[in-house]
Design a protein around this ligand. Structure first.
Ligand code: PGA
Length: 257
């Protein structure tokens, strides 16, 4: 964690209208205004992006989207492209969230196309990977992660990985209140960093930020951040409230004690 700036990213999923999201973003902005050594990102639903962009204008908080389609434009009803999200003010795009994989037929192949589209636009992909409970119980955690990395990053220029973000989100910990222990998370984060080191070299592996996601709250963030290979968090439920979101950001700052 030492040489990497922590990133706390809020995934607001399908919650909050535009005005509600802008209100939370505005409150978060003032609550974390004094913190300059932690990066913060919020990813509201598509229809709230412009209002949140407005609420965050001039702040250090980055705007992210929760998904993207890989074509730039065309007859794809209901989809949104990377250039469109960039024009709306997004700098980050979450790709391959387990809810997309579970409910919307996202596969490693579609994740790969999306990652490439995000890179091409000069934006930062936040690629989510993680095993299900059954896969963990069957001892398949590392092979599942390896496959998600290999196929999700297939054909991606390794130099680009410098501005890449990975989020390890064990599916069994998302929205369940069951957080992985800090040691369980660290073990997988270490595995991921070693995989990146083999694929892209030591310097990229060392600068790459790997976030943990799954029931992160103000109460458990410090324990997670104490781990060598955990560089921040992708937070769902606990990011919906500005106070609780700020309560996760603050302990990641060197100024907090
Ligand atoms: P959670 O969601 O914090 O509500 O578990 C995390 C996520 O889905 O990114």
């Amino acid at each position: 964690m030492a040489q990497r700036t922590p990133l706390i990213a809020g995934n607001w999923k399908m919650f909050k209208t535009g005005p509600e999201a802008a209100d939370t973003a505005g409150r978060l902005r003032s609550l974390v205004a004094d913190i300059v050594d932690v990066d913060v990102m919020v990813a509201p639903q598509f229809a709230a992006l412009c209002s949140v962009a407005e609420a965050l204008k001039g702040s250090r908080i980055a705007l992210g989207a929760q998904d993207v389609f890989w074509e730039k434009q065309g007859a794809y009803t209901g989809e949104v492209s990377a250039p469109m999200l960039k024009a709306a003010g997004c700098t980050h795009i979450i790709v391959g969230h387990s809810e997309r994989r579970q409910y919307f037929s996202e596969t490693n192949e579609t994740v790969n196309k999306k990652v490439k589209a995000v890179f091409e636009e000069g934006l930062v992909p936040v690629m989510c990977i993680g095993e299900s409970e059954a896969q963990r119980e069957a001892g398949k955690t590392f092979s599942v992660i390896e496959e998600q990395l290999e196929r999700g990053l297939d054909g991606v220029d390794h130099a680009g990985l410098e501005r890449f973000i990975l989020a390890y989100e064990p599916v069994w910990a998302i929205g369940t209140g069951k957080t992985a222990t800090s040691d369980q998370a660290q073990e997988v984060h270490r595995f991921i960093r070693e995989w990146v080191e083999k694929a892209a070299g030591n310097s990229i592996a060392n600068s790459l930020r790997i976030l943990y996601g799954g029931s992160v709250k103000p109460e458990n963030i410090a324990g997670l951040m104490a781990m060598d290979d955990i560089d921040g968090a992708l937070v769902g439920g606990a990011s919906l409230d500005a106070d609780s979101f700020a309560g996760i950001v603050r302990p990641c700052s060197a100024g907090s004690a």
